[in-house]
Design a protein around this ligand. Sequence first.
Ligand SMILES: CC(C)(COP(=O)(O)OP(=O)(O)OC[C@H]1O[C@@H](n2cnc3c(N)ncnc32)[C@H](O)[C@@H]1OP(=O)(O)O)[C@@H](O)C(=O)NCCC(=O)NCCS
Length: 327
Amino acid sequence: MNTSNARITAIGSYVPKKRLTNNDLEALVDTNDEWIVQRTGIKERRIAADNEYTSDISIKAVENLIERYQKTVDDVDMIIVCTMTPDFKTPSVAALVQAKLGIKNTGAIDLNAACAGFAYGLHVANGLVSAGLHRKVLVIGAETFSKIIDYSDRTTCILFGDGGGAVLVEYDEQQPSFIASHMGTDGILGKNLYCTDLSDSMFGEELPVNGFIAQNGREVYKWAVNTVPKGMEALMGKTELKLDEVDWFVPHSANLRIIESICSRSGLPLERAIYSLEHFGNTSAATIPLSLDKGVREGKIQRDDKLLLYGFGGGLTHAGLLINWSL
Ligand SMILES: CC(C)(COP(=O)(O)OP(=O)(O)OC[C@H]1O[C@@H](n2cnc3c(N)ncnc32)[C@H](O)[C@@H]1OP(=O)(O)O)[C@@H](O)C(=O)NCCC(=O)NCCS
């Protein structure tokens, strides 16, 4: 177990107004509500306006955090935006957030670990703060997947949506939030979930490329349900805690069937899982903060609850964190 001196002190979130329901998708591709709900558990997702980008969603999530917790972010000294759908290749979303919020003395970086991004972002923030390198880090998970979706591809357009969440991680040696972490990567499987417009082959294989997200859903599914339970076991092995002492499981909200399978393979009751996919779809790096905030707003997640966060996805990579909820 590593020593943490970092505490999560605030959370906020935001989703765009426009809803895209399963019935709406029936007008775009050959699919239907029953198929989508049965295979994924997703009923609708939120879609950013044409002129709404990941930085706009990030800012709104932070504004929500400030409003609810009356925390100033003027003294934030590092901004980490976890995203794979940045407004631009450069400047980073984090630099745009710095500019729009007017934070004076801060570092700013984007972190791309696809759907595992937010778990990685929290891990990095914990490391920076615990090591004494930074005092107050803003970690944002935000995506505008609608901008990289081909709405004529029924294998992907039914899954993804837009949204964002933000937390503050501050120096606190008395009540640290971070208990343990575990992560791993199977880069050789990266070809099963990609987004590029380069025609170069990946690992010597010619893959169809068009700038939109593409995936081999079956392979990603198999990898997730095999990898995550083992990762959870390794994570729990780093602590004195037992899995039945975990109050809430907050996995990446890719697909309800994946979450059900992970729960059943790990021996965790599904009732202890909190997920955001039903109304927001798979929002990649935003799913975990959206789920956390949903749990907080619904009064499920309480102070001192033990949370098991597990992100997984493109890379393929995964990251799990055991957290003592401190709000
Ligand atoms: C995408 C996913 C829902 C597809 O479910 P599946 O059970 O694997 O479905 P398959 O791709 O095998 O397709 C089964 C059939 O449904 C059809 N189908 C695919 N998408 C469809 C859709 N949106 N609506 C209706 N039918 C569809 C297929 O064409 C296929 O038809 P066929 O049997 O006549 O060939 C599932 O593989 C999945 O969730 N994978 C993980 C994806 C994911 O979470 N990615 C992000 C990870 S971070």
